[in-house]
Ligand binder design. Sequence first.
Ligand code: ATP
Ligand code: MG
Length: 299
Amino acid sequence: MPVAAPLLETRLSGLAPHRQGKVRDIFDLGDSLVMVATDRISAFDYVLGSGIPDKGKVLTQLSAFWFGKTGTIVPNHVLTTDVREYPAAMQEHAEILAGRSMLVRKTNPVPIECVARGYLSGSGWKEYQASGAVCGIALPNDLRESDRLPQPIFTPATKATTGHDVNVSEAEAGRLVGPALVERLRVLTLELYEFGAAHAEACGIILADTKFEFGLTDTGEVILIDEVLTPDSSRYWPKDQYVPGGPQPSFDKQYVRDYLEQIRWNKQPPVPSLPDDVVMRTREKYLEAYRRLTGKELD
Ligand SMILES: Nc1ncnc2c1ncn2[C@@H]1O[C@H](COP(=O)(O)OP(=O)(O)OP(=O)(O)O)[C@@H](O)[C@H]1O
Ligand SMILES: [Mg+2]
């Protein structure tokens, strides 16, 4: 299959997106949104200078796969992924939108990142080393980096407008959005994590941790939004290489991280671009994650 040029920015006949996240371009249609996953890739909170061809398709199609599987746990924002069902004005852009976009219900996003962790890594490991706890949850005192936790934990974070998200206790999250809502989000987050982790495990992949976002509809219903259980929102580790006691190789971004280490990027602008071989190997890992988790080829 020839590799298409990466989509770095979505322009629909000159119409710019209403909003751009690090990865998604969002077109606001009133009650609904068209969310386009581009091929942008971020590392250390910066969007890098190179895109990964087809990465946006993997994110969208993998999210669609998980939204389909988790609908019995919680309803979600997906209206359709079929461009032929989009509003007429959007259909003429099928070439760009097909396979990498979704028409979704517009919600009021709950301003809390709902993180579930089954393993001790990343900011969880840092917090544990400093305090023996993560988000106020005390843990056994003999854990190593990347160890499996006695049971998965809910570790909410606030969505910082700039830079890193900040881990908060469940009580602090409750003060922000209400304790009853946080309690509900905790239950849903852990149930979704358990479901995803069991499925991934059967595919030879460890789901170390993951982040969900929820939104409130205008009738006050809580629904799952954004992306679900993708390599960008999750820490996936190859199970056959798992050795606790240190950091694990990342399923998808290891080549990118190794490269950024190698050039000793100071994690400040200007952002680096990636050499072709790093781009192509990273693309292959995203495709592999898709294939292994869904058992299908990308559309
Ligand atoms: N159904 C929805 N209704 C409203 N907002 C949504 C919905 N689904 C996703 N979003 C928002 O759209 C954005 C997705 O874009 P993207 O993932 O690129 O952003 P990000 O870089 O993760 O975060 P930021 O928005 O802070 O830049 C997120 O801000 C997310 O909260
Ligand atoms: Mg995002």
